[in-house]
Structure formats: structure tokens, C-alpha cells
Design a protein around this ligand. Structure first.
Ligand SMILES: [Zn+2]
Length: 370
């Protein structure tokens, strides 16, 4: 009797999975055909003419104001620019070269807030495009899946950010293998001289595998002792090197050598800058077991952990650290994901210290406004 019930259930699950899979394939085929045919007929001329919502330079004419200015309330409704045509059926979803948006009617769209569509909740940014992934809205982190559907069950309480300075090095590839094996993401603050010495293969992998790429100067000087011009050159040379292996893009964040910084240097960096709140001192220990203990005995949620992938002992320690953190329920994320999940909108020229609950509560996450 029991076995039969199990068998029935298993069959039902199998059937469900089969239906789900075939539905998914059918939806994909239909969607692809739709995008190709409609996109070719109507979308392409639309894109040529306007280049999408965000690129339309005009004052936004609000038909109905968003509930709140910071986008945390119900979406507003704005009017499309004259001459702009809604590419697909309205009301309905629209797609252009920037992303997905929703036409409320033939000449209006949702913007700057939440809207329920077909029983699901979406968020539209100030330009009218849907948000995906962790997004800071009105000081709170919200998670939207790859289709932009709000997932209120997503939990950011056990995130930490592993960060690696001074690389790339001889062992960076091995570290990338370990991160990939466990589906973990990290942030790398790279040094220009080491890109020249060790090549850019690791950078291409970091970009392809979803890691965040930061700038850690060209050759690690104490930047407080440099002229503004020399400090700018330190970043520029490293950005140029990174860009060669990162589809033309430089670093999105900065960490100053030795953490030595000033307001002037932050302005020259012109990106979000990051310190750390768990220092492993791996450069001193050079011992895999001691490095692992430095993390595992001291870690707490929301922290920025400092390590150096230029040391073999650090890369070796990560083979213990990464699976053990995951085992304890931690999610290993990039710094931008950590900030967004904690509701923090990163600003250029501001230095962030860490995102633990205590620091967020105390308002001590960055030097903004200090
Ligand atoms: Zn360093």
C-alpha cells in the first residue's frame, strides 16, 4: 500500500516534470518566434527610431505620479515620447535593446515603482525598465528573478563577500576553479603589474564567471604620497589593462593599497571604494590552516573578507573556507550584490567598510556624509 502510494506519487511527479519541461520548451520556441517575427517587422524600426525608452532624451510626462519618489511604492504611469510606437501589443510587455518594459496603453508605460501584472509583482526603474537580481529600493534590498518577478522569500541575511587583492597571480586560476566548483562569487582587486606579468586569462574568466573586478592601482604605492596626476595614472594604466580582457570595460570598484585613502583620492577613483571588516592577515600567515581558521573562527554575516590570491596558502585555504561557509548556510556574493541586497545604492567616491546588521543599524557602513 505504502509502496504503491510512493510509486503513484513518483509517476505523478515524473508526469509533472515532463509537462513542465515541454511547456518550457514550447514557451521558449513561441517566444523566440515572436521576438524574431514581430521584432523584425515592428521592433527593428522602433529601435532605429528611438533606441528604447532610456535613450529617449525628453522630460518624462507623468500621467499618474509614482506613489513614492524613491520607487518603493506603486509605479507611476508616464507618456511615451511623440513619434514613439509601442512595438508589441498594448497593454503588454515590450522589449528593446535596453530591456523589458510594460505598455499600459498604446502610448503610456509603467515607471518608478511596483506593479502587479498577471498575478506577479514587478518593479520598474525610473526609466521604465524592469529590475532583475538584488536591487536596492528606498533603502531596502528586493530580489527579482531573471524574468523580473519579485521573490519575497529571497533572503540576504547570510551573505558574505570574499575579496582578493594584489592579483592576478600564479594560483588565481586554481582559486577560480574552486569558486566555480561551489557556485561561489568573489571580488578581485587587481594590480596592473601583475596583469602584465601573469596575463589576462584569469580576468576573462572572472568576467565570464560572474565575479566582480576592481582596481588596486598599478604597482601598489602608498597613494597618499602621490600627486593627483600620478594617482590617476595608477588607476588608468590598470583599467586599460583590465579592459583588454574584459570586453573593453575597466574596473567597477576600487580598493586603495594598504587602505590608505583621502577624499581627494576617492574623487580620483570616481567609483565605489571598499575597505574590509575581516582581515585574515594571510600575507603574514602564509599557512593554509591558519588562513582557514582566520575566516572560519571570525566570520559573521554581511562582512567583507580580505585575502590575497597571490599566495598559494590562501588559494589552498579557500578549498576549506568556501565549502565550509556554504555548509554553514552562507551565500558567497560579490560586493555589488552584497550592497544591493542590504538596500545600499553604491555611490562613486564613497568608501564602504562592511554590511553587517550592526553596522547598518548604526549607520556605519561608509564614509558618505562624514
Ligand atoms: Zn594590496
Amino acid at each position: 500500500m505504502k509502496r504503491e502510494t510512493l510509486k503513484t506519487r513518483r509517476n505523478r511527479l515524473k508526469r509533472k516534470k515532463l509537462i513542465k519541461n515541454s511547456t518550457r520548451i514550447a514557451v521558449c520556441v513561441v517566444a523566440a518566434l515572436g521576438v524574431i517575427t514581430i521584432g523584425w517587422k515592428i521592433g527593428a524600426p522602433f529601435l532605429e527610431k528611438e533606441g528604447g525608452l532610456a535613450k529617449t532624451e525628453r522630460p518624462v510626462v507623468e500621467i499618474q505620479a509614482a506613489e513614492t519618489e524613491d520607487g518603493s511604492g506603486a509605479a507611476g504611469i508616464a507618456q511615451l515620447a511623440e513619434m514613439t510606437k509601442v512595438p508589441y501589443q498594448a497593454p503588454g510587455w515590450q522589449y528593446d535593446n535596453t530591456g523589458w518594459w510594460y505598455a499600459v496603453s498604446g502610448d503610456t508605460y509603467y515607471q518608478n515603482g511596483f506593479a502587479d501584472i498577471d498575478g506577479k509583482t514587478y518593479h520598474f526603474d525610473g526609466s521604465g525598465y524592469i529590475s532583475t537580481g538584488w536591487t536596492p529600493i528606498g533603502g531596502k534590498g528586493y530580489y527579482f528573478d531573471e524574468n523580473g518577478v519579485y521573490d519575497e522569500t529571497a533572503d540576504s541575511s547570510m551573505m558574505v563577500a570574499l575579496t582578493f587583492d594584489d592579483g592576478p597571480g600564479a594560483h588565481t586560476g586554481e582559486l577560480l576553479d574552486t569558486l566555480k566548483q561551489y557556485g561561489a562569487k568573489a571580488t578581485f582587486f587587481l594590480q596592473g603589474v601583475n596583469i602584465e606579468q601573469y596575463g589576462g586569462d584569469a580576468i576573462s574568466r572572472m568576467a565570464a564567471e560572474g565575479h566582480m573586478i576592481g582596481n588596486h592601482s598599478y604597482d601598489h604605492p602608498d597613494m597618499l604620497k602621490l600627486s593627483a596626476e600620478d594617482a590617476a595614472t595608477q588607476f588608468q594604466k590598470t583599467d586599460d589593462l583590465i579592459a583588454q580582457y574584459n570586453n573593453g570595460a575597466g574596473a567597477v570598484a576600487v580598493r586603495f593599497p594598504f587602505g590608505n585613502t583621502s577624499r581627494e583620492l576617492e574623487a580620483i577613483a570616481a567609483r565605489p571604494c571598499f575597505m574590509w571588516d575581516l582581515d585574515t592577515l594571510d600575507w603574514k600567515k602564509k599557512n593554509a590552516q591558519a588562513n582557514a581558521a582566520a575566516v572560519l573562527d571570525n566570520v559573521s554575516p554581511g562582512q567583507i573578507i580580505l585575502m590575497h590570491d597571490t599566495y598559494q596558502a590562501t588559494v589552498e585555504a579557500c578549498q576549506t573556507i568556501i565549502p565550509e561557509l556554504i555548509n554553514r548556510g552562507y551565500e558567497l556574493v560579490t560586493l555589488d550584490t552584497l550592497a544591493a541586497a542590504k538596500g545600499v545604492e553604491l555611490q562613486n567616491g564613497v568608501t564602504y567598510y562592511g554590511f553587517s546588521d550592526a553596522d547598518i543599524e548604526a549607520g556605519h557602513i561608509s564614509d558618505a556624509g562624514e
